[in-house]
Design a protein around this ligand. Structure first.
Ligand SMILES: NC(=O)c1ccc[n+]([C@@H]2O[C@H](COP(=O)([O-])OP(=O)(O)OC[C@H]3O[C@@H](n4cnc5c(N)ncnc54)[C@H](O)[C@@H]3O)[C@@H](O)[C@H]2O)c1
Length: 334
């Protein structure tokens, strides 16, 4: 389907489920972006889930979002259980505005929901020539190191910076070996997941996606990954007033109430300490790219380069809408 056509369709669906025109635009754009960067687990495969939550009012279709100014740099947002895309959009724009004014912008959000890809918001700050760090927590999927039960989400860690070229550096990574969206997509299509990324509910390794969803996902780098997940839970949950310690509800399975997710957006100017940041980062990247390459590697990439390329290529093509999603679209438009 053509990008433009799909965007119109998504917007129509979001509006049918109660979102205001501009909130429907923000949400549709975020889903389309996920498709274009190839993050299919965060794209239109989640549309039905958002609509189900909107119709059960566990996402508030008409939120009264409050932005409290703590200082010229710091803002605190109560998202009133809006769809996560909308609160994150306000969050990053506020963090950018604050940093442009004072050099540093810090925005905490509570009572939000799943907002998709952290990198999508990081890009906005990098385009304004700012360094950015973004944290969000997510429903239990990963067992803390030494525990038998999952509690941490796949809690992504995101860092972005301008590079002096048009391709931003954006490290945007789950703390799990693969992200949960990929496992959900595999479960829906009855496909296997890679070996060694998840255990079933009995603690045995599994490649069965459905069993993995009922068991635990494994963190990157053992106890180090578990520590990073914990840090993200503290920064986006404990600090912000959002849910934490395993209390974020699974958006696909738990409709007993809103998710109350927290997010943290931190932005700052590149010239706080050195005036020639662009020159310095270009030199940094150039040095690393010139290193001898491992076997089979044509180019040493920096984080974000692969997604930028995919976005450019995919923007020229139509978006593939799998049969199962076409069914969702039909059902949601009825
Ligand atoms: N909102 C949520 O609750 C939630 C939870 C988990 C993940 N997510 C999102 O899911 C997305 C996918 O996460 P993921 O962990 O699957 O990402 P990934 O494994 O695809 O990529 C992780 C990072 O590695 C970089 N990278 C990939 N290949 C590279 C290479 N060859 N050389 C250098 N760098 C390379 C990517 O640019 C990216 O920054 C992220 O955007 C994340 O924000 C969201």
């Amino acid at each position: 389907m053509k990008v433009k056509k799909l965007k119109i369709l998504l917007k129509k669906i979001f509006k049918k489920y109660g979102l205001k025109d501009n909130h429907a635009t923000i949400s549709s754009n975020a889903l389309i972006n996920a498709e274009l960067v190839g993050a299919y687990g965060h794209g239109i495969s989640r549309l039905k889930m958002y609509c189900d939550r909107l119709s059960k009012k566990v996402i508030n279709p008409e939120p009264k979002i409050k932005i409290k100014k703590i200082s010229n740099s710091i803002s605190y947002i109560d998202a009133n259980n809006s769809i996560g895309f909308v609160s994150a959009d306000i969050g990053i724009k506020t963090a950018i505005k604050n940093a442009k004014k004072t050099g540093i912008g810090l925005v905490a959000i509570k009572n939000s929901g799943h907002y998709g890809l952290s990198g999508y918001y990081a890009e906005q700050a990098v385009k304004k020539n700012l360094v950015v760090m973004i944290y969000t927590n997510a429903p239990p999927a990963v067992a803390p190191h030494g525990a038998l039960k999952s509690l941490f989400g796949t809690n992504p860690i995101c860092f972005g910076t301008p590079t002096g070229s048009k391709i931003p550096f954006i490290l945007d990574t789950s703390i799990s070996l693969i992200n949960r969206g990929k496992i959900r997509v595999a479960a829906r299509y009855n496909k296997k997941i890679p070996k060694g990324v998840a255990l079933d509910k009995f603690g045995n390794p599994t490649t069965n996606a459905k069993k993995a969803l009922k068991g635990v996902q494994l963190p990157i780098a053992g106890y180090r990954g578990s520590g990073l997940a914990w840090m993200v839970d503290i920064l986006s949950g404990v600090l912000t007033g959002g849910n934490h310690a395993g209390k974020v509800k699974d958006p696909f399975e738990d409709f007993t109430g809103p998710q109350n997710i927290g997010h943290l957006f931190f932005t700052f100017k590149t010239n706080l300490f050195q005036k020639n940041y662009n020159q310095r980062i270009k030199e940094n990247i150039r040095t690393i790219k010139k290193l001898p390459k491992s076997k089979g590697v044509k180019e040493i990439l920096y984080p974000g380069q692969n997604k930028f390329k995919r976005f450019k290529e995919n923007s020229k093509k139509e978006i593939k809408v799998p049969k199962i999603i076409k069914k969702d679209l039909k059902l949601l438009l009825k």
